[in-house]
Design a protein. Structure first.
Length: 201
């Protein structure tokens, strides 16, 4: 499967050669905000980004939410809350990861929407190397990067602290991924889920 850069509205079939993938990960990477101090030094500010996913059935009912306060649902596991970001530049590792075991998801799950919130209200445009990637692998190993989405370099995210990243959806008993990449005016996870429900289900 060739790596691609995600663009809004893009659909991705989760297939590897002739078979479907068994699992995928959505990884989120970012760094601390660095500013110059009064005496020429560098000040570092922790950044708390939160990757979450909201799970819906075929009737668009919210079944569960996986986030820093609820790390697990059937077939879905969150790596845990990162409260700071990379301190000394990009270490190449994702700070938060949501692992999806596509073969063991609850049969009622029909759409899974991925959401990103800046918990402390830091503008996406100010956060170093903030990127999302969809890949085949685990928390500790990246086997194959399927797609990338560069938040830090996209001017449309300037002035925003919440976004809808994309969604997994079931079609003909197969899971597919749709890139959304839409910033919202929401201030927290609950409101962003409501926006996602209205616009993208």
């Amino acid at each position: 499967m060739a790596q691609i850069n995600l663009v809004k509205g893009q659909k991705i079939d989760l297939k590897k050669s002739s078979s479907s993938l068994d699992s995928i990960c959505l990884g989120l990477n970012w760094g601390m905000i660095k500013t110059k101090g009064f005496f020429g030094g560098i000040k570092k500010k922790s950044v708390d980004l939160d990757a979450s996913c909201a799970i819906f059935d075929k009737d668009k009912n919210l079944l569960d939410t996986v986030y820093f306060g609820n790390l697990k649902s059937q077939g879905i596991q969150h790596s845990g809350d990162d409260l700071s970001g990379d301190e000394d530049g990009d270490d190449g590792l994702d700070n938060e990861i949501i692992y999806i075991d596509l073969k063991n998801l609850n049969s009622k799950y029909d759409q899974i929407i991925f959401i990103l919130n800046s918990f402390q209200g830091d503008d996406f445009a100010t956060i170093p190397f903030a990127t999302i990637r969809l890949y085949e692998g685990t928390f500790k190993k990246v086997d194959n990067i399927i797609a990338n989405f560069d938040i830090a370099q996209d001017s449309k995210f300037s002035g925003h602290i919440s976004m809808i990243m994309g969604k997994l959806y079931k079609q003909d008993d197969e899971w597919k991924f749709s890139a959304i990449g839409e910033p919202t005016q929401d201030r927290n996870l609950k409101d962003t889920i409501q926006t996602a429900h209205k616009k993208y289900l």
